[in-house]
Design a protein around this ligand. Structure first.
Ligand SMILES: *Cc1c(COP(=O)(O)O)cnc(C)c1O
Length: 398
């Protein structure tokens, strides 16, 4: 077999979407799917949202791209809007999540360098973390499936169990720059940081002069029912990465920082050809127009509660399959029993019941609908999921 035109790094399934409308995707033969995967938490406004589509089309016709060597009224406006609703004082725009991670790692190292502590280069990161696929980001996780064969990786990361505050504190030494942590782990298994853990990391940073870097690429931007997941914990980070929902399908990411944390990021230290171009900024503005409507986030919270309640009612009917519900808001995961395999179940739901979900680590499957769902979509999801649970024959089913 010759190699495929697309480098064969993904286990691509038989769904071949060609069109999307709201919460539904349509394949090449017109088959319909209820999309509770949303491009892995990207399509926050669903598919074909008229306001987003119009903003992109109009900006494309006006001015698509200019270099970051020029002034950017579009970038300044979006950065200011994000600053106004977050902890941050400054924003670096990227085209993806992993580039925001790279910027965060660089910002943290430069902070200590600028402070006269150039030996403070190490970040404490967490088991099962997912920060993306650059060499820096795969160095920041202990997951072998992402690292094997790519060594030597970037030095300067210590790995501690997620939600193990004692372990994290014990890992601090004279070379530690800070912590890099997902407020709610996504790919690793949809585990939310415990309040003691997240607030404990914040406290340790304050005591030791370290930086708290939150990776909210998946859990930020309204996904958990609040604009930022850190709001559930009553703390603020020093640096934060966002992406996915920020462009709702347009490739966009951002690294946010306080003025203090960004003190080393002076002229010439970082850059991106495309990052923050006018087209991307128009997409980002359109997303915020919708998300900052007073009813948007409360509706995410409400729908998240409804979906969780519906799952809680469903689980006892299929307790040979499902173990527990994880996550926050519309970032939910269902952990399956050892006898069932989440990857096979995701395939079964997709191929036999027209429901799209995403597998995650720890035998969990992720339910990540567009943030614009209503009760009818929840009812439809639960119906298809229950039916799927009833007809699931086990791991060899598909
Ligand atoms: C998706 C994701 C990334 C990587 O984002 P890309 O846009 O794929 O580079 C990093 N961190 C988390 C938590 C993510 O969910």
């Amino acid at each position: 077999m010759p190699i495929t035109p697309l480098m064969p790094v993904y286990p691509r399934c038989g769904v071949r979407p060609v069109r999307g409308e709201g919460v539904y995707l349509y394949g090449e033969r017109g088959e319909q799917y209820l999309d509770f995967a949303a491009g892995i938490a990207v399509n926050a406004l669903g598919h074909g949202h008229p306001h987003l589509v119009k903003a992109i089309a109009e900006q494309a016709a006006t001015l698509m791209h200019v270099s970051n060597l020029y002034g950017s009224p579009q970038g300044e406006a979006l950065a200011q809007r994000i600053i106004d609703v977050s902890f941050a004082d400054t924003v670096f725009f990227t085209n993806s999540g992993v580039e925001a991670i790279e910027c965060a790692i660089k910002t943290a190292r430069r902070y200590h360098y600028a402070n006269g502590n150039p030996q403070r280069t190490k970040l404490i990161t967490f088991k099962n973390a997912f920060h993306g696929r650059s060499l820096g980001a795969i160095s920041a996780t202990d997951q072998a499936k992402m690292r094997d064969g790519f060594e030597p990786l970037l030095p300067g990361f210590d790995y501690v169990a997620f939600n193990d505050l004692e372990g994290a504190l014990a890992a601090i030494d004279g070379e530690t720059a800070g912590f890099l942590v997902e407020t709610v782990q996504g790919e690793g298994g949809m585990t939310a940081g415990t309040p003691e853990f997240i607030t404990g990391l914040r406290k340790a940073c304050d005591e030791h002069g370290l930086l708290l870097i939150l990776d909210e690429i998946q859990c930020g931007y309204g996904r958990t029912g609040k604009m930022w997941a850190y709001e559930h914990y009553g703390i603020e980070p020093d640096i934060m990465t966002v992406a996915k929902g920020i462009g709702a399908g347009f490739p966009l990411g951002a690294c946010l920082a306080t003025e203090e944390a960004a003190k080393g990021m002076v002229i010439g230290t970082h850059g991106s050809t495309y990052g923050g171009n006018p087209l991307a900024m128009a997409a980002g503005q359109a997303v915020l127009d919708v998300m900052l409507e007073p009813d948007f986030l409360p509706n995410v919270e409400r729908m998240g509660e409804r979906l969780r309640q519906a799952f809680e009612q469903m689980i006892p009917n299929h307790d040979h399959l499902f173990e527990e519900i994880r996550g926050k808001g519309l970032m939910l995961g269902i952990k399956m029993k050892d006898t069932a395999v989440s990857r096979d179940f995701v395939a079964h739901l997709r191929d036999n019941h027209g429901l799209l979900t995403v597998a995650a680590g720890e035998n969990v499957f992720r339910v990540l609908p567009p943030l614009v769902i209503d009760e009818s979509h929840i009812a439809e999801c639960v119906e298809r999921l229950s039916e799927g649970a009833r007809t699931f024959a086990g791991p060899s089913d598909d």
